[in-house]
Design a protein around this ligand. Structure first.
Ligand SMILES: *[C@@H]1O[C@H](CO)[C@@H](O)[C@H](O)[C@H]1NC(C)=O
Ligand SMILES: *[C@@H]1O[C@H](CO)[C@@H](O)[C@H](O)[C@H]1NC(C)=O
Length: 305
């Protein structure tokens, strides 16, 4: 009677193990010398008459504002499922994978969705608590490799398709010179103020050769983008973790740059396509509690036999 259940449990365990094994094989640690980089780090931005993209982004904040609502915004993120936010590891993870990588305490972070305004509470504003912070195990703050993290929310985001909506992950490979849109509440110029109303800017994916030439640390899982005719179009401090949207999907996560809006310098993004499996495994496909209960019930059954 229980042999069928035995088989069932074995299959479940096998699947869990296999997922973990694959994750370990796919990742590697590369050690590099320490090097100073600006941690974003939209300058040169515009505001579209009708904003069809702001519904995909959230503002990541500290748990408590200082003087007024939204003054604690420090990073962006993308809604990829009602319960999962995609962001950068440098926004929500501290320490070093070689020593100890520590996610921030979920209770120290607030996610705000549903509004293009940073400082105003509207009837569409959704303030969401975080249940779990998941850092890429091989995120390296010195080289910025694997700069990716997920926030699992306690409650679902209410998606109305207008003010809040999930965005799909980019799956196809994007050729250089693909035009993409960056959006965020980051500094409007270097060391400048953050805007209340979100800003957009259009930039282009650059070739791997170009990205590598401008930064020795360029590595698998990264991409870079700029507008060679207008270098002032760039991400800046406060845009980190937010989306670079190409062809309607999130293709990049704002990661780092050398200053903002410097001539002939692109800024660097985490290549979402490269981490599709990691995102699925750690966020979208997370074992639901009901599966755990099933597992326990089946184990009891086996022990009894
Ligand atoms: C852009 O999106 C359309 C429809 O979603 C798709 O048919 C097309 O292949 C995409 N192009 C690229 C370069 O991804
Ligand atoms: C992003 O990663 C995917 C999968 O690894 C790859 O096919 C694609 O060329 C990369 N994109 C860029 C712009 O490097």
């Amino acid at each position: 009677m229980c042999s069928l259940k035995n088989l069932f449990v074995s299959i479940i365990f096998f699947n869990i193990l296999r997922l973990d094994l694959c994750a370990n094989l796919n990742s590697k640690i590369i050690m590099k010398d320490a090097k100073e980089k600006y941690r974003f780090l939209i300058t040169g931005g515009y505001r579209p008459k009708i904003d069809n993209l702001a519904k995909y982004i959230v503002s990541i904040r500290r748990k408590k504002y200082t003087w007024f609502f939204g003054d604690d915004h420090y990073c962006g993120g993308s809604i990829i499922s009602p319960k999962v936010i995609l962001s950068a590891a440098h926004c929500v993870c501290r320490g070093d994978s070689r020593i100890e990588l520590k996610p921030l305490r979920p209770s120290d972070i607030l996610v705000v969705a549903g509004t293009p305004r940073r400082l105003v509470v509207t009837e569409k504003t959704q303030a969401l608590k975080v249940d779990k912070v998941i850092c890429h195990a091989y995120y390296d703050p010195e080289t910025m490799h694997n700069d990716i993290a997920l926030l699992l929310l306690i409650k679902n985001i209410y998606e109305d398709g207008v003010s809040a909506q999930r965005i799909s992950l980019q799956t196809s490979s994007l050729p250089p010179h693909t035009k993409c849109t960056l959006l965020g509440w980051g500094q409007i110029f270097t060391m400048g103020p953050l805007p209340d109303l979100i800003l957009h800017t259009d930039i282009y994916i650059m070739s791997n050769e170009f990205c590598k030439e401008k930064d020795d640390d360029y590595f698998f899982g990264m991409m870079c983008a700029t507008d060679e005719d207008d270098f002032e179009k760039d991400s800046c401090s406060g845009d980190s973790g937010g989306p670079l949207i190409c062809n309607g999907s999130v293709a990049g996560i704002v990661s780092y740059g050398y200053g903002c809006a410097l001539p002939d310098m692109p800024s660097y993004y985490t290549n979402v396509s490269s981490y599709r499996d990691w995102i699925r495994k750690n966020g979208l496909d997370k074992l639901r509690p009901v599966n755990f209960i099933l597992l326990i019930v089946l184990q009891i059954c086996i022990t009894k036999d």
